[in-house]
Design a protein around this ligand. Structure first.
Ligand SMILES: *Cc1c(COP(=O)(O)O)cnc(C)c1O
Length: 442
């Protein structure tokens, strides 16, 4: 009697067949081999027949080579750290794809000579912030701060107000970050009030720079005082030399935004007297993860020439995305921040009507530790709270939020052309098979 297990197709045979060759090209040979081995094992166990091995192996393959899963953001939180902060604009996505191959990131094609890396992104930054004469791009906002304090104050002192000793999220504290650079932190003033004389008393021959940090994720109200950048810029060491003022604005706004009156922007802070401004690329700027340094060209050049800069520099994909964010189509973050409740309402009502659900007024959030006091009025479809969990593991993944015991689907950060996908995901999560005009609105 022949052993049916001898009929199980061999790994090499399967790997050489067309569907597996195609799969290996997309997903890698090892992944495909693992799926084949698993299917062969099922055939040996007798849970499938030998002839079912190819189909079972193909069905067991992951759909993508990367395990990252795209999600639709129906939380109403615009800059959501856990889902990658800013989604890229169409222009930035196109630029990333174009830069994925060989690209002239550090070559002048006219002469064939080496050129300034990422010159296009730097020019776009300087065009966007004419008050800066120099610009530099590093890995993220924290890296910008580390590079600035290292280049200007390693082995010396960074003077900073006690009102600005902030934790920026996930346990990262600015004082620890700065201490890690070998600079000494010289704290001045108190939590709620710091005066010019506090800074002046602390400045000495060992001062590397003054640091001003925007406390982006909280507000101190009441009896408060802080010192303006203009006054800080006037501070001198005993030998009369000026002290550079590094200002961390965090959010990456390049110009004032009337919607966010308390949010600092690079232009205003440079005009007010900052020597350098540091910021994130993937918060309110709506671009790729990056750290921006803008300001005095000579001081920026000191940072650029520091050996640490080489360890913090960004790749071609980031440079491409950043330039296209600055020059191209409106970033989704900007659109989601500025969309009004009236503009959102018809979309939310159409979705609610299709599902026979109710609409409620809600407030979205800027998120990303930015503008904590700014509500973003909008509308959401109300769903049972337990459906929010099913949405999170559905296809496509939709992230809604739970508030006051109810689930809320807020379309603020969902691209308008994906409303149909949200509807399909909601139907599945709500156990609703299709439009039913007889369903009463709860
Ligand atoms: C977010 C933030 C940072 C850190 O920026 P990353 O890009 O996340 O590294 C630093 N300072 C402030 C004030 C921030 O808001």
């Amino acid at each position: 009697m022949t052993d049916p297990r001898r009929a199980i197709p061999r790994t090499d045979t399967l790997l050489a067949s067309a569907p597996f060759v195609a799969a290996a090209e997309r997903l890698g040979r090892d992944v495909v081999r693992v799926a084949i081995t698993a299917a062969q094992q099922q055939a040996r166990d007798g849970s499938i027949g030998p002839d079912e091995v190819p189909a079972t192996a193909l069905a067991g393959l992951p759909t993508r080579a990367s395990s990252l899963t795209a999600v639709l953001n129906a939380t109403g939180v615009v800059v959501h750290t856990n889902i990658g902060r800013a989604p890229l604009s169409p222009s930035a996505i196109e630029a990333v794809v174009a830069a994925a191959g060989y690209v002239d990131v550090e070559m002048d094609l006219a002469t064939g000579a080496r050129s300034r890396r990422g010159a296009g992104a730097l020019a776009a930054l300087l065009d966007a912030v004419p008050d800066a004469t120099g610009a530099l791009v590093v890995n993220n906002g924290a890296a910008a701060l580390v590079l600035a304090t290292t280049a200007l104050a390693a082995g010396r002192e960074v003077v900073v107000s006690r009102g600005e000793m902030v934790e920026i999220g996930d346990g990262f504290r600015l004082p620890d970050l700065i201490a890690s650079t070998g600079a000494r932190l010289r704290e001045v003033g108190t939590t709620n009030r710091t005066h010019l004389r506090d800074y002046a008393d602390a400045i000495g021959p060992g001062t590397g720079c003054v640091l001003k940090v925007h406390p982006s994720n909280f507000r101190v109200d009441g009896f408060t005082a802080e010192v303006g950048l203009g006054e800080l810029r006037g501070l001198r060491r005993p030998d009369g030399s000026p002290v550079p003022v590094v200002a961390d604005i965090g959010s990456g706004l390049l110009r004032p935004d009337p919607l966010l009156p308390d949010e600092p922007d690079a232009t205003t802070w440079l005009r007010a007297g900052a020597t350098l401004v540091t910021a994130s690329g993937d918060k309110l700027l709506g671009g790729p993860q990056a750290g921006l340094v803008l300001g005095d060209a000579e001081v920026v050049e000191r940072l650029r020439r520091h050996p640490l800069q080489r360890a913090l520099r960004v790749d071609k994909l980031t440079l491409a995305a950043l330039e296209a964010t600055l020059r191209g189509s409106v970033p989704p973050v900007t659109a989601a921040l500025h969309v009004t409740a009236d503009e959102l309402r018809p979309r939310v009502e159409a979705l609610a009507a299709a599902l026979g659900r109710g609409v409620v007024a809600v407030e979205g959030r800027v998120g990303g530790g930015g503008a904590p006091g700014v509500p973003l009025p909008g509308w959401a479809v109300e769903i049972p709270a337990d459906a929010v969990e099913r949405l999170r593991v559905g296809e496509p993944v939709v992230l809604a939020r739970v508030e006051g015991g109810r689930g809320l689907v807020d379309l603020r950060c969902v691209p308008a052309d994906r409303d149909g996908d949200v509807e399909a995901a909601l139907r599945a999560a709500l156990g609703d098979d299709g439009p039913d005009p007889g369903t009463p609105t709860p």
